[in-house]
Ligand binder design. Sequence first.
Ligand SMILES: NC(=O)c1ccc[n+]([C@@H]2O[C@H](COP(=O)([O-])OP(=O)(O)OC[C@H]3O[C@@H](n4cnc5c(N)ncnc54)[C@H](OP(=O)(O)O)[C@@H]3O)[C@@H](O)[C@H]2O)c1
Length: 301
Amino acid sequence: MADIIKNVVIIGASGNIGASIFKALVASNKFTVSVLTRPESTHIYAGDIKILQSDYSEVSLVEAFQGQDAVVSALGAAGLADEIKIIDACVKARVKRFIPSEYGSNSKNAKATALIPFFGLKAQINARLEAQEANGLTWTGIAAGPMFDWGINMGLVGFNIHTKEALIFDGGDRRFSTSNLSQLGNAIVAILSKPTATVNQYLYIDSFTASQNEILAALESTTGEKWTVTKSTTEAAVTEGQALFAKGDFSGLLLLLKANFLGEGYGSDFTKDAKLSNEILGLPSQDLTSTVRALVKGETI
Ligand SMILES: NC(=O)c1ccc[n+]([C@@H]2O[C@H](COP(=O)([O-])OP(=O)(O)OC[C@H]3O[C@@H](n4cnc5c(N)ncnc54)[C@H](OP(=O)(O)O)[C@@H]3O)[C@@H](O)[C@H]2O)c1
């Protein structure tokens, strides 16, 4: 394959995760970055960013992707089903590389994809990408675990830095891999800079891999305060999460995500259940201590 990627489109650049990927792509100064948005999008971008509007019809997608080397999707759950159509449009427009909207749990783990409906969709999207290899599209998927710095504002993996509360599951000694937003951005820049080394692969990255008890100890020592600890089990989180989610209560989804990231058998310790690609991507070291120190000081990492 031609191994230079220059023109990159990002979809979902205004989202929770897409905003930091967009920032990393632009800051790298390696690519000409354009943003694909829906007509109803209201987000304002800097004047020098090319905006490609699409109603996600095949015609408009193929037109938008002309001349683009790579498409990075950061679509959220509401738009994820459109990714299959987007992948097919990439093939028609002869885009070289597609990065699907993954960025979290291990989509190669059957227990994980069965737990949450849109994780199942991610597995279908990965299957479509593999099928489209024969038609010239290449892809790279990224599992990064829960976004640690983003999630600590709302208890994603049991810690809330604002309330200093911790919810510890199953005794708290199970380790899981987790990434800061900037590490995900680093990974995407590296993948697009090394397209041959990363071709048609599902890669695992982290900032660090640690247990809830190790994270709690780092938070308590850095804040100099005892946090309020509640104990529970991931089994209870699954039962309660499924019941709430079935009633349309999205707090159930947060419980299911916790179980998925912290429970047994979901493939969430990438040092044990997979193989980290940090080294091949040349990712910087971002350990637990430096992450917690930065977050407690209110700095970004
Ligand atoms: N590992 C983690 O901790 C973690 C946390 C959160 C998310 N994630 C993953 O990261 C990916 C992105 O999630 P996110 O939370 O960042 O997504 P999001 O903020 O909910 O949405 C991202 C973007 O999708 C676009 N979009 C397209 N169709 C849409 C529709 N019908 N309704 C609303 N938005 C639509 C919007 O961009 P435009 O307005 O520009 O069109 C929106 O800004 C997902 O795969 C998610 O599972 C991982």
